[in-house]
Design a protein around this ligand. Structure first.
Ligand code: URA
Length: 291
């Protein structure tokens, strides 16, 4: 310790640095934005102070400018626009806008383009890109996941990480692959730190998911995990109770059959539950063979 104090510039121990990095990753910090820590709350305070009304009409202007000016750098217009993007609209308005955009989209390309333009979901601000879909848009089966993870956010395709590899094996077990299914998420932008999307975020994005289902027109939909089942099937029971049962789902003018099963990420943590998903996959195979 005393060595560290007396040495002006200690060389960091690589093992300690690695440990620190791992700790950051475990805490959900998996993206570096600036070279040095940046207090954005302080930025927001400067901006708020600088953009506050300067004077009532009758008040002398100069003293008020002095009074209202916050300590610290005067924000330029560029700083202001970088630091304070316009806030997303209120959730009701965002959901309404999503519905209008989704309904106006006549095909999947138009829907993707509309979602790229949509600013109503706060997740878009922290995600790298929209993760629209993967697989075959003419598939009989649509799989609905929760939200993109880190690899998906980088590639723009859903289920590209470890959970995706397990999903591919689940599909292979019933003679399916990505060319025979269509894969989407209930929320198409990665939540920071891979947290579960909030009910509000899922509700805002639901019109897009509904339209994706309408445009693809699958016969069967499989919800992967509780989040997708709750959002799409309005299932309130726990996933353990509701999984493995076909339910009717109406989307627009079409009605189809849907089933919830356990999420592959959950199975990576609880491999003993793979046998339950195996049963659900067999149900899916049976339904495909019968229809
Ligand atoms: N990747 C996805 O695209 N969706 C999930 O639910 C999990 C990982």
């Amino acid at each position: 310790m005393s060595d560290l104090v007396s040495s002006p510039d200690p060389v960091p121990d690589p093992a300690e640095l690695l440990g620190l990095l791992r700790w950051y990753a475990d805490m959900g910090v998996d993206l570096g934005i600036d070279e040095a820590p940046h207090d954005r709350f302080a930025d927001a305070q400067h901006i708020k102070a600088a953009s506050a009304p300067l004077a009532r009409p009758s008040a002398p202007i100069e003293p008020l400018i002095q009074k209202n000016r916050a300590p610290g750098p005067k924000p330029s217009l560029i700083t202001t626009s970088l630091m304070a993007p316009p806030p997303p609209p209120p959730p009701d308005q965002a959901a309404l806008e999503a519905r209008q955009l989704a309904q106006a989209a006549g095909d999947l390309a138009a829907l993707q383009e509309a979602m790229e333009r949509f600013e109503g979901c706060g997740l878009k601000r922290t995600a790298s890109r929209l993760v629209f879909a993967d697989g075959n848009p003419k598939a009989r089966v649509m799989l609905v996941g929760e939200a993109p993870g880190a690899e998906d956010d980088q590639t723009g395709l859903p289920f590209m990480g470890r959970a995706g590899q397990l999903l591919d094996r689940m599909l292979a077990a019933i003679q399916l692959d990505r060319t025979q299914v269509y894969i989407v998420n209930s929320v198409p932008w990665r939540p920071p730190g891979n947290r579960t999307p909030s009910l509000q975020e899922a509700a805002i994005c639901l019109p897009f998911l509904h339209r994706q289902i309408e445009l693809v027109g699958p016969e069967l939909v499989i919800c992967l995990g509780a989040s997708a089942a709750q959002s799409l099937l309005d299932i309130k029971d726990g996933i353990m109770k509701s999984r493995g049962k076909w339910v009717s789902l109406s989307v627009g003018s079409s009605s189809l059959q849907a089933m919830a099963t356990l999420h592959p990420s959950y199975l990576l943590r609880q491999p003993a539950h793979k046998k339950l998903v195996w049963r659900d996959m067999l149900e899916l195979r049976k339904a495909l063979d019968q229809i």
